[in-house]
Each structure stands twice: as C-alpha cells, then as structure tokens.
Design a protein around this ligand. Structure first.
Ligand code: ADP
Ligand code: MG
Length: 710
C-alpha cells in the first residue's frame, strides 16, 4: 500500500491519481552543469559540482528564517520570499545594453521595486504570480538591489502571527557561486529529482522505514513539512553508510575466501596450564571473552582478522600472548610486530616475564639487532627452531622467512601502512596467511570503529585488571584549592611517592613553552616544593638532558617531575601517584586522559588535579569518567567527528550526509544489514541487489576487492 512520505498513512485514491509518474533516466544526472560566467564555473568546480547529480546531492547546510519586506534594514544584505506582482522589460538607450527588467514584488508586509540587469529572459521566466526568493540589499526607499534570485515554492512572508516566516536554505557556497545561485540552479534542475533511482531493495526500505532516494533528495532541498528535511537526510546517510559497510564486508569476505590459514583446534594443555599456574593473576571477564573469541577464530581455516581494543594497562599483552602460544602449542610459529624498537623491546621483556620458566623459544628482531644475531634468528625462524619472534618492521623484510607462521599480532596497528600489513600477511607458508590479531590502545567510539574497521571482528577490553588502584580526579580553580593541592602533593612526597606537574600550555612557540616551563620549575623549586627534589623536562632540552631527567625521576632521585606534555608518551613510574595539570581546559579530553594514564600504575591510590574552570564540560567529564571509551564518546558528542583526535590525522574522508553521534543508530543498522546482505548474496548477484552492486562499483571500484583497507 503506497503511503505518504516516510509515514504509514495510506494515500487516498485521489492522491494516488494525482501522484506524479516518473520514468527515471539516470544518465541525465551525469550531464554537466551549465553555468553563466567563468566565476560561477570556477565556483562550482571548487565545490565539486560538475554534474546535475552532484548538484542534487549538494544539500543545504541549514535554514534560517527569511526577512519580511517590512523588516528589511537599510543597507543590510538579507533574503526575502516574495511574489511577483508585475514585471516588464524596459529598453535602455545606451547602445549595446540589453533591456532592463523591472519588477514589483511583495509579501504580506509590503512591496519592493527590483531591477534585474542583463537578463531580459526573466520576464518570461518569472511572470506575475511567481514566488521568488530574493537575496540582496534594501536601500530604505523601497528599492532592492538583487544579488541572487531563485524561484521557490514557499509562501511569501509577513502574513503575521501563527504562519511562521518562510525559511531560506543556506547552501555551502563559495566565491563566484552564492547560496542563492545554487538554490536557483537546484530549482532549475528540479525535474531531475525524478531521474534518481533507488539502489535499496524495497523490502529493506520498508523494514527500515526509509524514504525513497529521489523523494529523500527532494525533501532535503524542498521540505514540505517540518521534519521532511531530516527524514530525507537520514535516508541519504543510510545509503552512504550502507555502501561503506558493504564495501568493508566484501573486503572481509574476499580476504577470507582468497586465503586459508592453519587450523588451530588441537587440545590446549600447554596454554591452560600456563593460564592456571604460570600467570600470576586470574583473567578479567573481558580477557576471558577475548580468549574465547580468539579460540573460535583460530579453529577456522580462514585467517582471523580481529581488532583488539583496550587502553594501556587493560591487559592486551596477555591476550596476544595467548593467541601466540596457541600457535606454539601446535608446533607452529607466532610473531608480534610493534611500531618502534622501544615498544618491541618492552613487549619482549613483558612476554618473557609472563612466560616465566616455560620453555618457549622466543627472539627479538629489530633494526638494531647485530648482524650475526640477526642471521642466527633468521636461520632459526626458517627452520622452525624458533617458535616466537617479537620485533619491528624488521620482521617483514624480504629476507625474513618463517617455517610456518600461524599467528601474527600487530600492535598499534594504525601505525603500520597497508603494504606493511600486507607483507605480514604474505609471511604465511605458501598460499597460507597467518591469523592476525590487530591491537590498538587508542579508545575510539564504536561508530568510528565500525566505519574505520568494519572489515575486522572487534573485541574490547574495558574492564581494568583487578588490584588496579583507581585515580581520583578533582577540578581546582581557586587559590585556596591551589594551596591545598600543593599541600596534598607534599604529603604524598613525604610518604615516599612522586608527582608530575604539567606546565601551563604555551601554544605560540616551543621556545615560549620551554621558557614557561623553566619559570614554573623555578617558582615551584623555590616556593611550594622548596623542601623537595625537582627535575625539569621540556621539548627544547637535548635528548641526553631529557634522558637524564627521566632517569632521575624513574630512580626516585627526583621526587617531582615538572614537565610539558612531552611526558604523554612512554613513561612508566609506578611510584608516581599525583599529577597536577595547569591550564587543563586548554587540552583535549583524550590528551588529558592520556596524561592521566601516567599515574595509577602502582599499588597506591592516585590523584589527578586539573586546574581550570569548574564549569568546563570536558574537565567535568574527566572528573567523572575514568573509562577511555566513555570519554571518547563524550568527546565525539562535544566536538563532532571532524575534530575527534585521530580522525584528522588519519586523513579519513568524512561522510557527506552521515554525522556522528547523531547517526550512531544508522551505522549500527547499516552494519547489521550489510552483513546480512553479504552473507546471503556475497557477490550481490540477486536482481534486488543489482542496483546496490552498481552503486558500490561506482563509489569504490576495485578498491572494495582489495584485501586490506588503505
Ligand atoms: P596493555 O598491553 O593493554 O597495555 P598489559 O597487557 O601490558 O596491558 O597489562 C598491563 C599490566 O597488567 C601488566 O603488568 C599485566 O601483567 C597486568 N595484567 C594483565 N592482566 C591482568 C589481570 N587480569 N589481572 C591482574 N593484572 C593483569
Ligand atoms: Mg601493552
């Protein structure tokens, strides 16, 4: 039963008879836009508007209420919605000039005289009775200089209370092509809405209660009812998210069918003994669930592609090691690749620790492994004598051959490029690929994880290992609070603990930042902490000086480390229990969360003191939340996806219509549905999927078939 736009209301017979019938000709959407003037052409180009189809997908950014004629202020640029009362062309004396078009236009509040230059055809296009949107300047004496004009279906304004003023769509515009010009163009091409075809099968459209694509586009430009616009936009967002998810699911599938992996389904005597007797702790619930998921993956002959997300300290290494030991237990090999030598060394040490006295032959291979040692490692990897290798990019060099690599772990996976991850994949024996566990410590909201890594299976470690001391976070603003903060820090120092002081942020330059840090160091050294041993660290110090400072703090020789945010990375001093951050409201949520992660690493309860405004929402979030994933969600809400840490840097193309967190629910649906589609019709061969397949090919081409996402 046909229903009205995005409703369940059936249409009457009369409405059905009056409904337009259309015969879409999609080719018409690919025709180039015709524009008057070089400036407009340039403007369109910079907005990416080449074809009619591009134009129709160029949606208004927002809508504002139009002015009424009576409200126009002299000299102000504004938009009015009016009706043409009278329009004439008047010849101009001067030779070579085209006739002027003069019109009287009005809304319910008053009338205006307008003149159009050089466009004699407007007399025919805008006969009396035509509704127009005019953008320009009023001169205060009843004349209006038109800068842009477009036909509209909207009722003229000024009708007074109740009716509400007409709204003006604001399009993303540019020099040479104004919002009003774009509106006029859309109007001019309005018949092409009928050329838009719908890639979604009807069944899914109904189930998901979505508008048809053509109607959705039209509604986004020319809403008839309040809310139409949002409904339209949602539909377009769904398409966009669905196509992206389909591309990811196809990639996932192609990777699975194109390669096979060793089946690791034999008894787990060694690993279960290791878990029971060697590990000095029992696993968290999240870790247990992660192991179970990994067991299932490894028992298949298709390579695991799992993303393990968990903050620093959440216990990823144990999970990774378990996966690796499963390979060892099958007499096969495992590798762990980290992005830096330091990380690789740390992992190697941790792994040796966690293995205790278990006889697992493991090695470390990095760029600075001496040649002889390297040759020895390579020989043993090739022969199978070595079961486990930890290293950097050095692991994927051509010369490195494994006897039979079954499990590969990639730490901080986003720091490796496509070709590097692909090279690791090729280290399997013959056509075989290893099972791969990707790890990341950067908490990202689920929606972003789905859009970036929808081709991977996901596991998250949220629960912190027990025995971990919580970090109490407090916001401080007043001088009294500052005094109390210093007193608290002195207490901790007296008890043998250590503290970080993060200096005020100076953004202008590194030099100024360093100078500020030096000043703060002097102030603290001779003031609040004059009884204690302080050390300074900032970005302008030479590497040896920094190392010296670090070593002094790590050994406990220095009690307070006064530093800029250089301490964000790689400092592990479990005895440090306090962190004081100056100017905290100048940092982002994730940066503060990272900073705070430097404390709370030992046996003692920790304290984080953030100096900033009490009403700063971000600081309040940090005060309340200690879970990085929850904070990432809040960050997304507060800042929008474009600003989210990691999004910019990764150069990820943002969606055109979808936006998070507003469309969180849509991406979940798109993800679920894409899996359904690919599971039931992997190559999109069924007739109802033909248009989806075509849309997918247009958008992603062969890229969707590549085994690893760029
Ligand atoms: P990540 O790699 O996620 O940063 P690690 O695996 O290095 O975290 O774990 C951090 C610390 O917590 C290590 O010292 C590890 O031995 C310990 N740990 C891991 N899991 C547990 C657990 N379930 N209970 C207690 N301690 C744990
Ligand atoms: Mg780790």
């Amino acid at each position: 039963m046909p229903t009205a736009f995005t409703t369940a209301t059936p249409l009457t017979d009369d409405e059905l008879r009056a409904a337009p019938v259309s015969w879409p000709v999609p080719a018409r959407l690919r025709r180039g836009l015709k524009l008057d003037g070089a400036k407009a052409v340039q403007g369109a180009e910079s907005l990416g508007l080449e074809t009619v189809g591009d134009l129709l997908e160029h949606l208004p950014r927002d809508r504002r209420e139009a002015r009424t004629v009576a409200e126009l202020l002299t000299g102000e640029t504004a938009t009015v919605v009016v009706e043409v009362k009278q329009i004439t062309a008047r010849a101009v004396r001067r030779r070579g000039m085209r006739p002027l078009v003069e019109a009287t236009v009005a809304d319910a509040s008053g009338s205006l005289r307008v003149t159009f230059f050089n466009q004699p055809w407007l007399v025919g296009r805008y006969p009396a009775g035509t509704r127009l949107m005019l953008h320009g300047k009023a001169d205060g004496r009843g004349r209006f200089t038109v800068q842009g004009h477009a036909q509209t279906d909207q009722r003229p304004g000024g009708a007074g209370a109740g009716g509400g003023e007409p709204s003006v769509a604001h399009y993303p515009a540019t020099e040479g092509l104004s919002s009003t010009q774009i509106l006029a163009l859309v109007h001019q091409h309005a018949s092409s809405f009928d050329d838009v075809i719908d890639p979604l099968p009807v069944a899914i459209r109904r189930r998901e209660r979505l508008a048809d694509r053509s109607g959705a586009l039209r509604a986004a430009h020319f809403p008839l009812e309040p809310g139409d616009e949002q409904e339209g936009r949602r539909r377009l967002a769904f398409d966009e998210l669905l196509l992206a998810q389909l591309a990811l699911q196809q990639r996932r599938r192609h990777r699975r069918i194109a390669s096979s992996a060793p089946v690791l389904d034999q008894g787990a005597e060694f690993t279960s003994r290791w878990l029971r007797t060697v590990l000095p702790f029992s696993l968290t619930g999240d870790q247990v669930a992660a192991l179970a998921a990994i067991d299932r993956d490894l028992a298949c002959d298709q390579p695991m592609q799992r993303l393990l997300m968990g903050e620093v300290g959440s216990g990823k290494t144990v999970v990774a090691l378990y996966a690796m030991l499963r390979a060892v237990e099958h007499d096969l090999q495992a590798a762990l690749m980290a992005p830096t030598e330091t990380l690789a060394e740390q992992h190697f040490a941790t792994i040796q620790n966690l293995l205790g006295a278990e006889p697992v032959r493991a090695g470390l291979l990095t760029g600075s492994t001496p040649a002889r040692r390297r040759a020895d490692l390579l020989a043993k990897l090739a022969s199978g004598e070595l079961s486990m290798i930890v290293g950097t990019h050095a692991l994927i060099e051509e010369a490195v051959e494994f006897n039979r690599l079954a499990v590969a772990v990639v730490d901080e996976q986003h720091r490796f490029g496509v070709s590097q991850r692909a090279a690791l994949d090729r280290k399997g024996r013959g056509e075989e690929s290893p099972h791969v566990l990707h790890m990341t410590a950067t908490p990202i909201p689920r929606t972003l994880a789905l859009s970036r890594h929808g081709d991977l299976d996901h596991t998250t470690l949220r629960e912190l290992p027990s025995g971990r001391q919580p970090i109490a976070t407090h916001l401080c603003s007043s001088e009294a609070e500052r005094e109390r903060a210093y007193a608290r820090i002195r207490d901790e120092l007296t008890r043998g603990r250590q503290a970080f002081v993060v200096c005020p942020l100076v953004e202008e330059s590194e030099t100024l930042q360093a100078r500020a840090a030096v000043a703060e160091f002097e102030r603290l050294r001779t003031g609040p902490f004059k009884e204690h041993r302080l050390v300074l660290m900032h970005g302008q110090m030479r590497p040896a000086e920094k190392q010296g400072a670090m070593a002094a703090f790590a050994s406990g020789a220095a009690q307070v480390l006064v530093a800029t945010t250089v301490i964000e990375v790689g400092i592990d001093v479990p005895n440090a229990t306090v962190m004081l951050v100056e100017d905290a409201d100048r940092y982002g949520i994730s940066q503060l969360h990272q900073l705070r992660g430097r404390i709370g690493r030992g046996r003692h309860a920790s304290l984080c003191l953030l100096f900033g405004r009490k009403d700063a929402v971000r600081l309040q979030a940090l005060e309340r939340e200690s879970d990085g994933f929850a904070l990432a969600e809040i960050d997304l809400q507060l800042r929008g996806q474009g600003e989210l840490a990691g999004t910019r840097q990764s150069g990820e193309a943002l969606f055109r219509f979808a936006e998070f967190p507003r469309d969180d629910e849509l991406i979940e649906r798109a993800h679920r549905y894409s899996r359904e589609v690919i599971d039931s019709d992997p190559e999109l061969k069924r007739p109802e999927h033909a248009l989806l397949a075509e849309a997918l090919a247009m958008l992603y081409g062969d890229e969707a078939r590549a085994p690893i996402r760029a």
